[in-house]
Design a protein around this ligand. Structure first.
Ligand code: BTN
Length: 264
């Protein structure tokens, strides 16, 4: 019988983590792993549960964008965490550092992070991260971290995104092990997540890996309803993950969750 290289058995075998991925739900196909993970989280699934699919038919990204996950060539997974409210805003940093670190270790490529949490290689997007949270009163019940990675996607077959996206196989010139990428990402993420309990360098490492800072950018708000754009220079980031934009008139604006395009 064909065993997918993303099946729970395969992933479990090579995973060197303490708790992330101890419970794996593998689906050959689903709408979105975000929905499955959210339902599992509401049903008290343990922290660290990973929902992973070989194909998504309704994959979604930030700002209501669609996310492409064709069968057999990508990673689409959602990780359930149960962070404290004080560490919630660090999850974008934990996740993007985890993805960048995992890719770097396995492939030797040099991924960079575009604010807030896109992972790029040579300026093209290789991974996107989507975080959705659930609350019980004012406490965090769960956070679902959705990670999509273009692993063996041949971008020349997708001309609609080939100008802005890349894949690990396109960058390395050879097929890349999807399970290897999953092991690397989950191990890096867990290390970063656990470090939040004590003194750590998560914010500093994330900030130092951002290609956005010091660059001219365009910030687009309300993308799904037409959108308004403003230009400026991405000056710095704050510990809560927000971006400080220096406008042409000299004023400073704090940007929380908009779309940012690098301009040159
Ligand atoms: C983005 O860049 O806009 C975020 C993309 C997030 C995609 C991942 S794939 C796994 C999980 N399931 C989804 O439907 N979305 C996330």
């Amino acid at each position: 019988m064909f065993e997918s290289d993303l099946s729970a058995e395969v992933i479990s075998k090579g995973l060197g983590t303490e708790f992330i991925g101890k419970n794996i739900i593998y689906l050959p196909v689903c709408g979105s792993t975000m929905d499955i993970a959210r339902d599992e989280a509401k049903r008290d699934a343990p922290e660290g549960t990973v929902v992973i699919a070989d194909e998504q038919t309704q994959g979604r990204g930030r700002i209501k964008r669609a996310w492409l996950t064709p069968k057999g060539s990508s990673i689409a997974m959602s990780v359930i965490l149960r962070p404290d409210i004080t560490t919630l805003s660090s999850l974008i940093m934990v996740a993007s550092l985890g993805v960048a670190g995992g890719i770097r270790q396995l492939t030797g490529l040099s991924p960079q992070i575009k604010w807030p949490n896109d992972v790029l290689i040579k300026g093209k997007k290789v991974s996107g991260i989507l975080i959705e949270n659930g609350f019980r009163g004012s406490a965090v019940d769960y956070a679902v971290i959705g990670i999509g990675v273009n692993v063996n996607l041949e971008l020349s077959c997708f001309p609609e995104i080939s100008g802005i996206a890349t894949s690990l196989s396109d960058e390395t010139g050879k097929a890349v092990s999807r399970s290897g990428v999953v092991w690397g990402i989950l191990a890096e993420m867990e290390k970063r997540y656990l470090s939040l309990e004590g003194e750590n360098t998560v914010f500093e490492d994330w900030r130092d890996n951002l290609i956005t800072l010091g660059r001219k950018v365009r910030v687009t708000s309300g993308v799904s309803s037409g959108g308004t754009a403003q230009d400026g220079v991405a000056e710095s980031v704050e510990r809560d993950g927000s971006l400080l934009l220096r406008r042409p008139d000299g004023s400073l604006e704090r940007i929380i969750a908009e779309d940012v395009t690098l301009r040159e």
